[in-house]
Design a protein around this ligand. Sequence first.
Ligand SMILES: *Cc1c(COP(=O)(O)O)cnc(C)c1O
Length: 373
Amino acid sequence: MKRLWNFSAGPAVLPEAVLSQAAAEMLDWHGSGMSVMEMSHRGPQFMEILQSALEDFRELLNIPESHKVLFMQGGAIGQNAIVPLNLLKGFNSAAFVKSGSWSAKTIKEFARYGRADVVAEAREIKDDSGVRAANTYVPSIAPGSISPGSAYLHYCGNETIDGVEFKHIPDMHSLGAAHVPLVCDASSNILSRPMDVASHGLIYGGAQKNIGPAGLTFVIVREDQLDRALDVCPSAFNYRTVYDNHSMYNTPPTYAIYIAGLVFKWLKDMGGLPVVAELNRKKAQMLYEAIDGSALYVNRVRHADRSLMNVPFQLREEALNAEFLSLAQERGLTQLKGHKSVGGMRASIYNAMPIEGVEALVDFMLTFEKERA
Ligand SMILES: *Cc1c(COP(=O)(O)O)cnc(C)c1O
């Protein structure tokens, strides 16, 4: 068996220990005589799997009692519509931070439901060498710019495509909007470090970046946000309905929940999010140092806002892109091609990417530069 170092942005690498355990339990889960995939979602065995996944997720993120966890489907792009359907009752606008490609998509979808007020937007700016680049920093929100009538303020905690990450959450008090709920798309940095859940009204994301298989969507919602849905909100997507039915109003993505549960246990065994965060910091630092120290590679994101999960970089000699990718593949380093909107390369180094994988990448990059450039 040969496994590659997989730098995909999502669906992404999973911990090998989790995959091995899932393989061992595939045909007969804990003496049940069946695979988790074949179980009734209402049977005692799956209920136990769901319950412990929920509890471990809460424990890892230190989620306060005031906040409920829902497991849904439809991904973060689904939530771009599901959030307004659930939070717009009595409102006609919401505020947004436009920090990159994913938040831009969220804003576009929202416009079908209400008026999107963009209260901060990353501009295209020139870097040190005069190259213009878009989405290279977290734009700041001017105090007083959030309309008091906003249903919520939305931001994308980590722009997966652009490699821009919020290191501090918007402080709604100092922005003069303490009563406006804060909503976060945390698809690609959830569980990468401890998070201030209590300050949010809602946090959501797809599982396939840093949690588990595609198909599962997590929603962390403060209790007072459960009853703000528009009448047209589909029942299967109504937070109150999903909550009252313990994430079982419709059949949940059972196998994805099972794998997510194994990942949560794996994170707990590592020592929880403070330990995970330290490891992630080390991995990212190693990669950014290699980029910054090189004459061939460049990352144009403002240092303080650089993502610890997704590291885009360009080759200053773009003609070398194809060769870089094919030699990387030969070395067992895969999925390094950048998103088409940004070009160049992108290395996603989620929780499940071992430090050895990052070392192998850095080693390859240095060798490639020495030999080709
Ligand atoms: C991947 C991603 C999405 C899209 O997720 P889907 O599961 O495809 O809907 C949205 N937002 C962010 C930040 C992402 O990383």
